[in-house]
Write a protein that binds this ligand. Structure first.
Ligand SMILES: Cc1cc2nc3c(=O)[nH]c(=O)nc-3n(C[C@H](O)[C@H](O)[C@H](O)COP(=O)(O)OP(=O)(O)OC[C@H]3O[C@@H](n4cnc5c(N)ncnc54)[C@H](O)[C@@H]3O)c2cc1C
Length: 386
């Protein structure tokens, strides 16, 4: 991809590739088979990530991070997309939301995450409020200088049991031009706080070994200073994270598609039926042509989003286009790769079926394809008053 034009970015790419070859790829089969990352492997990945300068590389140097540019982060996420989230998430990229920490919050949450002493969760989704974030039932009411939090969250994911969660909860109602709207506030909630329960959630067949957690809050008493950012501004805060998160999802889908393309191409060139390589049959060769074309288009969409972000012109619809197209592209590429492999594509011995399962999640998390289409279509129609 043309983002890798500078010397620094090329070096970063080589570092990530070497790291993945040595520290992540060797564990893929084991982790998928076990459905978990053995703790000693996870801790080893963390330690080696520190040595390689990749741990918290996404955060600015002022807070102890690696200070990567947006281009560099996209290059890194594209590479990581080639392997399992269960593994590369041990190379922590703490949520940039933590940069909203102020004063003592920085010592307690931000810096420990940068150093690898603490892990966070981003807790927005609820059993009855997925796409419809405003349907959230979690709420916090004021009690003097404290807040009392009640509710639950599910599908909250991470590599390992966290130390704290950034929890979004309704703290009131605002009246606006389009009627009343929940005020949503982000709270920093420590594991171990009375009334806060975190437990392993259900197991996902995509990225086996990447954990989801269920969180519940039963009259959890929080101090005012556990609010992240401003009271009532939680959605604005989460929006900042989702912006770049969706571009990173797009980039990682491109990485995964490139890996799949590699397998599909090799198989199409070497597998023979009816006396010739199956790639010579138009039904197979044209699939490869479509896959290569779509991957190029997806990479260009990611690059375009990076350019727009740097220019300050990136819109929500631009971001949704990246997330929508890249995540659907990798699923078509994965499906075509299974098809090109025939029966072998579904055999556990080969990584194709794993990448195909992994790709499926990309159309769901960070906002489903339907939600991305909704955002894009609203941007088209709203100016016409529709
Ligand atoms: C493995 C995994 C990890 C996750 N990690 C996290 C995390 O760390 N933190 C977090 O907060 N969340 C996390 N999520 C939650 C994820 O973001 C949600 O699953 C996603 O937003 C969809 O919500 P839902 O699953 O409740 O589906 P629903 O919202 O119930 O949607 C079901 C279907 O209805 C469609 N639909 C809903 N509304 C509309 C509409 N208005 N128009 C058209 N179609 C619609 C959807 O597109 C979908 O097809 C994770 C999920 C998974 C599976």
């Amino acid at each position: 991809m043309s983002l890798v034009s500078s010397h620094e970015n090329r070096l970063l790419l080589e570092t990530v590739q070497a790291f993945m070859k040595a520290e992540l790829h060797p564990h893929e089969d084991l982790v998928d088979r076990l459905g978990e990352v053995p703790l000693e492997i996870g801790r080893q990945i963390e330690a080696r990530a520190h040595e390689a300068g990749l741990y918290a590389a996404n955060l600015p140097e002022e807070v102890g991070g690696g200070g990567l540019s947006l281009e560099a982060k996209v290059i890194m996420e594209r590479e990581f997309g080639k392997t399992s989230h269960a593994l590369h998430s041990w190379v922590a990229r703490p949520t940039e939301l933590l940069l909203a920490c102020e004063g003592e919050q920085r010592e307690r949450y931000l810096y420990p995450c940068v150093k690898g002493e603490k892990r966070e969760l981003f807790a927005l989704t609820e059993p009855e409020a997925g796409s419809d974030v405003m349907g959230m039932k979690s709420n916090a009411r004021r009690d003097g200088d404290d807040w009392i939090l009640n509710g639950s969250k599910h599908f909250i994911s991470g590599p390992v049991m966290p130390d704290f969660a950034i929890v979004f909860a309704a703290t009131g109602v605002d009246e606006g031009p389009r009627g009343s709207r929940k005020r949503v506030t982000a709270f920093l909630v420590d594991v171990g706080t009375p009334g806060f329960d975190v437990r392993d959630g259900t197991h996902c067949v995509s990225y086996r070994g990447y954990k989801t957690f269920q969180l519940s809050f039963d009259n959890v008493r929080l101090h005012q200073r556990q609010i992240l950012g401003e009271e009532g501004k939680g959605l604005e805060l989460s929006g900042q994270w989702l912006t770049y998160g969706r571009i990173f999802v797009g980039a990682s889908c491109c990485g995964k598609a490139e890996r799949l393309m590699g397998y599909a191409t090799e198989w199409a060139a070497s597998r023979k039926q009816f006396g010739q390589a199956i790639g010579k049959f138009q039904g197979t060769g044209f699939k490869l042509a479509d896959m290569a074309t779509e991957l190029r288009a997806a990479d260009l969409l990611v690059e375009d989003a990076v350019r727009r972000a740097n220019e300050g012109t990136l819109s929500d619809a631009d971001i949704s286009m990246v997330k929508l197209y890249c995540s659907e592209m990798v699923n078509r590429v994965a499906d075509n790769t299974v098809q090109i492999y025939g029966g072998m594509g579904l055999m556990e011995e080969l990584p194709i079926q794993r990448l195909w399962r992994d790709a499926r999640l990309e159309r769901i998390w960070d906002g489903t394809s339907e939600i991305q289409r909704h955002i894009i279509s609203r941007a088209i129609l709203r100016p016409l008053g529709a």
